[in-house]
Write a new protein. Structure first.
Length: 243
């Protein structure tokens, strides 16, 4: 019931997500959160969709579970976090979206009762109608933690937002990912790459050439467009037991 009421308030924008079987799934979106474990995750995994939603009038927030404290060799956690916060701020400026920091530490993410409550409180306060986060089967521990925290919040909040999973460097990090929704990002892919290039400490040119551009092309081939991002839509049934 809560979900139906919530969607009734947000039924203004039509975003076209489509299945590979070509049936069009129309989803409404006024506010979307993209929750990643590290400063470059939302933009690399779903930046084209983030920009597209923003251009369509949706309020888009890039949420970072950690500040990438362990992501720059030779730098302390504090130094790396400061640098990577600036990189993300620049990327968000390119995409035209707002950033939000959860405050966990890169490489030391926790999944416990306090962290579940924290993620639930953040999402509850933002009141999104769509949330994207990591697919849970991933070689990176922080990605798995992020996915579990968001999934738990979605359950505890009575499924009041649509939940989608994105992929991160599939084959190296994300595994067993079989998408059921695609977004054509042909019109936004160049801006997405500009945002990724803001993460100067993360070898962005290599990351684009080796991983992100091939993935965009592969998903584009599957969806019969130049470049696409792919997602898994979380299903549920009203008889679920929430614990
Ligand atoms: Zn990551």
């Amino acid at each position: 019931m809560k979900k139906l009421i919530f969607l009734a308030f947000t039924a203004t924008l039509l975003i076209a997500f489509s299945s590979p079987a070509s049936a069009q799934l129309k989803s409404t979106c006024k506010k979307a959160l993209f929750i990643g474990a590290h400063p470059d995750d939302p933009e690399t995994c779903a930046g084209g969709t983030m920009i597209l939603l923003k251009q369509l009038g949706c309020d888009v927030v890039s949420v970072y579970l950690t500040a990438g404290e362990s992501g720059i060799k030779g730098k302390t956690h504090e130094e790396a976090a400061a640098i990577r916060r600036v990189e993300s701020a620049n990327a968000c400026k390119v995409m035209g979206v707002r950033s939000l920091w959860v405050g966990q530490v890169d490489g030391y993410t926790e999944v416990n009762r306090e962290r579940y409550a924290q993620m639930k409180a953040i999402i509850e306060a933002e009141k999104p109608d769509v949330v994207f986060t990591h697919w849970p089967i991933d070689s990176h521990r922080d990605h798995r933690a992020c996915s579990l925290l968001v999934y738990d919040a979605w359950r505890q909040l009575d499924h009041c937002f649509e939940l989608y999973y994105f992929e991160a460097m599939t084959g190296l990090q994300t595994m067993n990912f079989a998408p059921d929704e695609y977004v054509d990002i042909t019109s936004t892919v160049d801006l997405k790459h500009q945002a990724i290039m803001c993460h100067t400490t993360q070898e962005p040119e290599w990351m684009l050439d080796e991983w992100h551009i091939p993935m965009e092309k592969m998903r584009g081939n599957e969806f019969q467009c130049k470049a696409a991002e792919a997602f898994v839509h979380q299903r549920w049934r009203s008889s679920e037991i929430v614990k």
